[in-house]
Design a protein around this ligand. Structure first.
Ligand SMILES: [Fe+2]
Length: 166
């Protein structure tokens, strides 16, 4: 993992100190990688789910993927607004993401829902930690972005888990 000390920052008039911006950029790039990874895993479920709940799950997973794609753009553009470089290529994401690889043998709806529930749970916890860490770094705007993501991801996790709770 790249350390904050090595983070290259562009000059900007934004009124956050460079040391804080360097840490924010690192944290945001980690979240960017996790979000891109989760989006591709949700697409994997969208394409490959089978069974009698196919159409409902196929469509729900695509809605989730669209939500995550929106967050990818918001995270990447917060990085560049802070003077950083967004690192969002597939190779970097594969090296950097904290999420486990998807279950490529998953077939039936329940298996996909269980795989996604585990990943959404891990992702939601990281997003919630980032609300606190960015608040501590004095960046209420990035904390607000993570709060927005957190609220929706908790809801999407509920949608996933509601299928498994009865
Ligand atoms: Fe599709």
């Amino acid at each position: 993992m790249v350390t904050a000390a090595k983070t290259r920052l562009y000059p900007t008039q934004i009124d956050l100190p460079a040391e804080a911006r360097a840490q924010l950029v690192e944290l945001l790039n980690q979240s960017l990688a996790d979000t891109l990874d989760l989006k591709t895993q949700v697409k994997q479920a969208h394409w490959n789910v089978k069974g009698m709940n196919f159409i409902a799950l196929h469509e729900m997973f695509d809605t989730f993927a669209g939500t995550l794609e929106n967050y990818v753009d918001m995270l990447a553009e917060r990085i560049t607004a802070l003077g950083g470089i967004a690192r969002g290529t597939a190779r970097i994401v594969a090296q950097t993401s904290n999420l486990p690889e998807y279950d490529l043998t998953a077939e039936e709806g329940r298996t996909h829902l269980q795989a996604l529930a585990a990943r959404y749970g891990q992702y939601a916890a990281a997003v919630r930690r980032n609300i606190d860490r960015t608040t501590e770094l004095g960046d209420a705007d990035t904390a607000d972005l993570f709060t927005e993501i957190s609220r929706q991801i908790d809801k999407d996790l509920w949608f996933i888990e509601a299928h498994l709770q009865a």
